[in-house]
Design a protein around this ligand. Structure first.
Ligand code: SF4
Ligand code: SF4
Length: 717
């Protein structure tokens, strides 16, 4: 049985162990680096966003009708000679399958890969009941012999080296295996498994689809084992989650268009198998196979009724949300999930395997949105992860101290700003220029991976009136949303905005009642606090009074756009939130698309400049080309770096909670920038500036790190 720590302290030990596994890091990195290109090739000519939206729409139609689809499926499957069972729980599903085995005099069972069987721990149950069970997917067979669970939903043994596999095969066969002769190892697997197929009385598979229209199931596989499992033995049992029910063949084909492409970058998997009812089978009594389909509920039907979490049932198990997750890439699936891994694993674990297994892993999310951007079913995974964390805090009724402090301070703007101002005075003994000399005692050794900035002596809001020039007959009236970091740590970025837009016909205003955008509260599972803060900001910055609401903070910008979700049940404020969503704009888009600046307004001949794309700008707001365009207009030579859109590891309070992960992501980011030979690195989020500048400072500050507004302002004529 898989064990996942329920406490963060133990979990962090596991994370550190995984981070020190250089093979794991290199393998996952190699896969993650190759995956985007093969995925892009596979989707060439297909509008992925439209396809994902179509899958989401169709799934959302089916999810409330799963029971009806099950009835329809049962009628059709029974007509075709299959027996259909329904299991409310994992235990019930395992017991039904064990009874089928007993009734049919089964001794040996072969199994195809099935995440649903992993979910119910079917092998453990059957083995305890005295059956011999052999996994026949190569990766599954390997991990079964090692007594492990899968570390990826599609590639279960991706965490193992060929040396480890050779050692295992040497033990199994009693003959030394050469780790460099992969062909020989495959032959070992083939000869061992062929024997098992021929001896088996029962085959167990999962299913990717169960089609209500005709009672057929569909299996998408890459090894021939799926076909052997479902055809050779005289009894076939398919264990299927009720969420795999689709109304018709067309719906299944739509999912099939996305599944292999998103999973492994294949146009189509090697085998797609469709099975309708009990087919002819020479080894079965009466020459007809005994075919059973066991549908598993295990909480799915209740989940289907939940207005927020039901979208988790759209999942088609492609595993793409793990493929692109920067944390999965570092620590692998055994540390980034329980049975189900990756982003969807952080959500499903809570529902299928309980709070204890979910409570530590669900906190390990940067909110970088990489998973959401590739999800074949358009699931808002980062949001669901935060909702699960919030639900766990609520059920447990005990909050971490920092949550209590945040709740008390963030909900009260005056108190919050008073504390920040006081901090700027109190830090004097430990401040050294723009950085803190020593980290406060609450931070341990592992936080030394970056220098932390000092709070500004004078926040932006206190000098705004003085530095904001009067603009006569402005073309645009723009509210500036500062966010905590620009306001209290980097007011020079606000100054840069005013300098960059000098004489371009913009009147900026700084609504003084604005406060933190509230994203940190949401990240910490404090939805109610986040809501209160959203209300305060909507009241402070009335979007109807401005042409745009500009922020230099990508995280604030994308979160302000999400107020519509937070305030969806507030009729009047909901309307304001929708207006705000339309008016929020980032610096680069404002300069290039609204002000339409041109090179004549800037000095020519600037140096090489690398760009880090903040998660909340490129994925959160879909702004990708504008910052690069802006750099070129401002006379700079943009240099592309590896993994430009991969998170820098900041993630707000994430970098405080999981410094070991944050440090590794930062290291990789800065290594990539250093390899590009540039002298400057810009980005457009003060959070990323904090992380990148602090990390670069620790390396001796060879590359200058700035907000893009600063470098653009410097180059204005
Ligand atoms: S938001 Fe980022 S860190 Fe969180 S699960 Fe998704 S990909 Fe991973
Ligand atoms: S959540 Fe989305 S990306 Fe992740 S496995 Fe499911 S369908 Fe694929």
């Amino acid at each position: 049985m898989i064990k996942t720590p329920g406490d963060v302290k133990t979990y962090k030990k596991d994370l550190k162990r995984a981070l020190s596994n250089t093979f794991l890091g290199a393998t996952l990195d190699a896969f993650a680096s190759a995956y985007p290109a093969s995925r892009a090739n596979a989707f060439s000519g297909i509008d992925f966003e439209a396809l994902a939206a179509e899958i989401a729409r169709a799934k959302d139609e089916s999810i409330p009708n799963l029971e009806k689809l099950l009835e329809e499926f049962t009628v059709q499957a029974q007509k075709a000679g299959a027996v259909v069972h329904f299991a409310r729980t994992a235990f019930e599903a395992n017991s039904i399958i064990a009874s089928i085995a007993e009734e049919n005099g089964v001794r040996r069972i072969v199994k195809g890969k099935s995440m649903t069987a992993e979910e119910t721990f079917l092998n453990d149950h059957l083995e305890r009941s005295g059956y011999e069970v052999t996994e026949t997917d190569l990766g599954e067979w390997i991990i079964q012999m090692r007594g492990e669970g899968p570390s990826h939903m599609v590639m279960p043994a991706i965490h193992l080296s060929r040396r480890e596999v050779a050692e295992l095969f040497t033990k199994v066969t009693g003959q030394a295996q050469d780790p460099d002769d992969i062909g020989a190892m495959v032959r070992v697997a083939r000869s061992e498994l062929r024997r098992k197929f021929l001896e088996a009385d029962m085959g167990i598979s999962g299913a990717n689809f169960a089609i209500a229209q005709n009672g057929a199931i569909g299996l998408v596989t890459n090894e021939g084992n799926g076909r052997l499992v479902t055809t050779l033995p005289r009894v076939h049992v398919a264990l299927v989650g009720v969420d795999k029910l689709v109304p018709d063949v067309k719906s299944a084909m739509r999912i099939l268009t996305a599944l292999p492409r998103n999973a492994t970058g294949q146009l189509i998997s090697t085998y797609v198998t469709w099975i309708t009812g009990a087919v002819e089978c020479k080894s079965a009594p009466g020459s007809r196979k005994s075919m059973h389909i066991v549908f598993l509920d295990n909480g799915r039907l209740a989940l289907a009724k939940d207005p927020v979490f039901s979208q988790a049932l759209r999942c088609i198990r492609c595993g793409a949300c793990a493929n692109v997750c920067p944390i999965y890439k570092l620590v692998g699936g055994h540390n980034y999930g329980h049975v189900y891994i990756g982003a969807i694993g952080l959500v499903l674990t809570y529902f299928y395997h309980g709070r204890q297994n979910a409570r530590a892993i669900v906190r390990n999310c940067l909110n970088c949105r990489a998973c959401k951007s590739v999800c074949a079913a358009g699931i808002d995974l980062p949001r669901l992860i935060k909702e699960v964390y919030g639900a766990i805090l609520e059920v447990e009724g005990e909050k971490p101290v920092k949550n209590v402090l945040l709740e008390k301070t963030l909900g009260n703007r005056r108190l919050f700003h008073f504390l920040l101002r006081s901090g700027s005075h109190l830090q004097a003994p430990v401040a050294e220029g723009r950085f803190l000399r020593h980290l406060p005692l609450i931070f341990s050794e592992e936080h030394q991976f970056r220098r932390l900035p000092a709070l500004a002596k004078v926040p932006l809001r206190d000098k705004w009136e003085k530095i904001n020039p009067v603009t006569q007959n402005p073309r645009y009236k723009v509210a500036f949303f500062g966010g905590c970091l620009t306001d209290f740590v980097y007011p020079e970025q606000g100054q840069a905005l005013l300098d960059a837009c000098r004489d371009l016909g913009v009147r900026f205003e700084y609504p003084m009642e604005q406060t933190c955008c509230g994203l940190p509260a949401l990240m910490m599972g404090e939805k109610e606090t986040a809501r209160r803060v959203a209300v305060q900001n909507i009241k402070a910055v009335d979007p109807a009074e401005f042409d745009y609401v500009l922020t230099l903070c990508a995280s604030c910008g994308s979160h302000l756009k999400e107020y519509v979700n937070l305030l969806s049940d507030e009729p009047l404020l909901g309307v304001k939130a929708a207006q705000l969503k339309d008016k929020v704009i980032d610096f680069s888009s404002f300069m290039t698309k609204v002000l339409k600046i041109d090179p004549s307004q800037f000095l020519a001949g600037g140096g090489k400049t690398a760009y880090h794309a903040p998660c909340h700008l490129c994925r959160g707001q879909g702004v990708r080309e504008e910052p690069r365009e802006l750099l070129a207009i401002a006379g700079l030579e943009y240099v592309q770096t590896k993994d430009e859109e991969v998170c820098c590891g900041f993630g707000g309070s994430f970098s405080l909670d999981f410094p070991e992960i944050s440090a590794e992501l930062l290291k990789r980011k800065l290594d990539n920038v250093a390899a590009s030979g540039t002298g400057a690195l810009v980005t457009d989020c003060p959070g990323c500036v904090l992380q990148l500048k602090g990390g670069m400072e620790n390396r001796g500050g060879a590359i200058e790190v700035k907000h893009i507004a600063e470098i653009v302002a410097e180059r204005r004529k």
